[in-house]
Design a protein around this ligand. Structure first.
Ligand code: SF4
Length: 231
């Protein structure tokens, strides 16, 4: 089978490219347990007040072969990974790469006998995902769809606004997410990573957290430049 890209190139699945913003392990604030986090680069949705504007441009980030990303996931899986979270950016703006990644991870967990769940964020409505990407949805364990809406109440744990549901899609997804306590701001937490001279925050901030952080830094004489929520 060969896959045709909009660019006109023809690539075999093993050469399929994914435009990546970031991959990180362990992630503990975006789903059940200790997880691999994969942030897709590029988002056409552009929600008002998105805190990840660095993921919007389609032509930034790194083009990485899906099979290389899967090899990296396999190395991390040896550490006892509980799941993989796809975020961004918009994973469904790269449907072929997302599908190949989900297939590869499905094979990996079967081969290695791992109980790892696949959780995907999307800013598209569930109705759109169901109509256009049913085949991918069927292979996920849980999805958090719908755009971030800044004038909605704050969302529960792992979600930005209250319109974004956490939907379990498989028996494993139901076991882990169906009855997960839907706590609000108090349960929100962030991880901090430092890489390549940049500070990188993982997680869904509570409302006002970014402004508070900037104010606290300013009070200590530290000015934040090039932040992803004000790009
Ligand atoms: S919140 Fe998510 S879907 Fe919305 S613009 Fe930001 S990255 Fe895109």
């Amino acid at each position: 089978m060969q896959i045709h890209f909009a660019t006109g190139h023809i690539l075999k699945p093993s050469s399929l490219l994914l435009r990546l913003n970031k991959a990180h392990y362990p992630v503990t604030v975006l789903g059940y347990g200790r997880r691999i986090g994969i942030w897709f680069q590029g988002c056409a949705i552009r929600c008002k007040d998105c805190v990840s504007r660095d993921t919007w441009a389609q032509d930034e980030g790194a083009a990485i072969r899906v099979r290389d990303l899967l090899d990296w996931c396999q190395q991390k899986a040896a550490d006892g990974v509980d799941g993989v979270t796809f975020s961004g950016g918009e994973p469904f703006d790269q449907p072929q790469a997302l599908n190949a990644l989900v297939d590869g991870l499905g094979r990996l967990r079967k081969r290695a006998g791992l109980t790892l769940d696949l959780l995907c964020y999307s800013g598209y409505p569930l109705k759109t995902l169901t109509a256009k990407h049913a085949a991918v949805l069927q292979k996920l364990d849980a999805v958090i769809p719908e755009p971030y809406v800044e004038n909605q109440p704050q969302g529960g744990v792992w979600r930005g606004s209250a319109n974004q549901p956490l939907i379990a899609l498989s028996p494993l997804g139901k076991a882990r997410y169906e009855h997960y306590p839907d706590t609000t701001a108090d349960a929100k937490s962030m991880q901090i990573a430092v890489e390549d001279g940049r500070i990188w925050m993982i997680g869904i901030p509570a409302r006002g957290d970014m402004a508070t952080l900037e104010n606290l830094c300013a009070a200590r004489g530290l000015r934040l430049e090039q932040v992803s929520w004000r790009r």
